[in-house]
Ligand binder design. Structure first.
Ligand SMILES: [Zn+2]
Length: 274
């Protein structure tokens, strides 16, 4: 299948939400694509700035993800997650990524608006979809912290002032949660969905139980980012394989079962979101 634009993926996922899953190793991308194919759902393969730092560059993993997306029978797109620099966004666009998140949430409000607007104009000139964040979503950085909430009127003003295509909002989830007990504010999600004219993105979704995810989608969340959940499943599988087979050394012997475990988790999550 040829590359699909994010707005088409969002439309294709409706009335459910679009699952966006973070890729760290090649096995993540293979698992996400296989899951999207078997669940017959669109999905996003996303690469975070932290993962780029881990690999020492974006291009090798980005090219692999773009190729996996192009070869898949499922509608897939590749997205750059939580980029804080225009330089990284430029590299992503050069390599062929057509959807990026610019994260100016550590800036004060006026600076975030100015920088996000500048980057959105640059991206739109090149046909690139832009997600941005207002305030912080907690955990590793503070707007998706359990106590932080996006104000609907501020969100409307931010979208109008920046021209972004999607907005990450703080509604009760938090990044990198290892328990699934986050309580989302469904009333706030509904108010945001009613007022904000672009798709809403939920970050920190790994800490939200399945029923909470279903409710968030029903109340108007459009793109659901999931990273930590996949890594918990991968680590559990690898740990079990290595414990069961102490002499195992070939990575295919433990990464293979790990990849299958991630695939099954993504299939499950895609059904929850759909
Ligand atoms: Zn995030």
């Amino acid at each position: 299948m040829t590359w699909t634009a994010v707005p088409e993926l969002i439309a294709g996922a409706a009335p459910g939400a679009l699952g966006a899953f973070n890729v760290i190793a090649l096995e993540h991308a293979e698992a996400i694509a296989a899951a999207a194919e078997s669940a017959k759902r669109p999905a996003i393969l996303q690469i975070s700035e932290n993962t780029v730092a881990y690999h020492g560059g974006l291009k090798p993993l980005a090219r692999a993800c773009l190729q996996i997306a192009a070869d898949s029978s499922a509608p897939l797109a590749v997205h750059l997650d939580h980029a804080t620099s225009h330089e990284l966004i430029t590299t992503a666009v050069e390599v062929g990524i057509r959807s990026v998140m610019y994260d100016g949430s550590t800036l004060d409000y006026a600076e975030n608006v100015a920088e996000t607007a500048r980057i959105a104009r640059w991206c739109h000139d090149r046909g690139v979809f832009v997600e941005a964040e207002l305030g912080k979503i907690g955990g590793k950085d503070g707007a998706h912290a359990p106590g932080v909430r996006t104000d609907p009127d501020e969100a409307v003003a931010f979208v109008a002032a920046t021209g972004v295509d999607a907005l990450a909002v703080a509604v009760g989830s938090s990044h990198a949660m290892h328990t699934r007990d986050a309580q989302l504010d469904d009333g706030l999600i509904a108010r945001l969905a009613l007022k904000v004219p672009v798709p809403l993105v939920l970050h920190g979704s790994s800490g939200v139980p399945d029923e909470g995810l279903r409710a968030a989608v029903r109340h108007g969340m459009t793109k659901i980012n999931i990273a930590t959940r996949l890594n918990i499943v991968l680590a559990q599988s690898v740990r079990a394989e290595l414990s069961a087979h102490p002499a195992l050394s070939d990575p295919r012997g433990y990464l293979g079962p790990g990849r299958t475990a991630v695939q099954h988790e993504v299939e499950h999550l895609l059904r929850v979101l759909g």
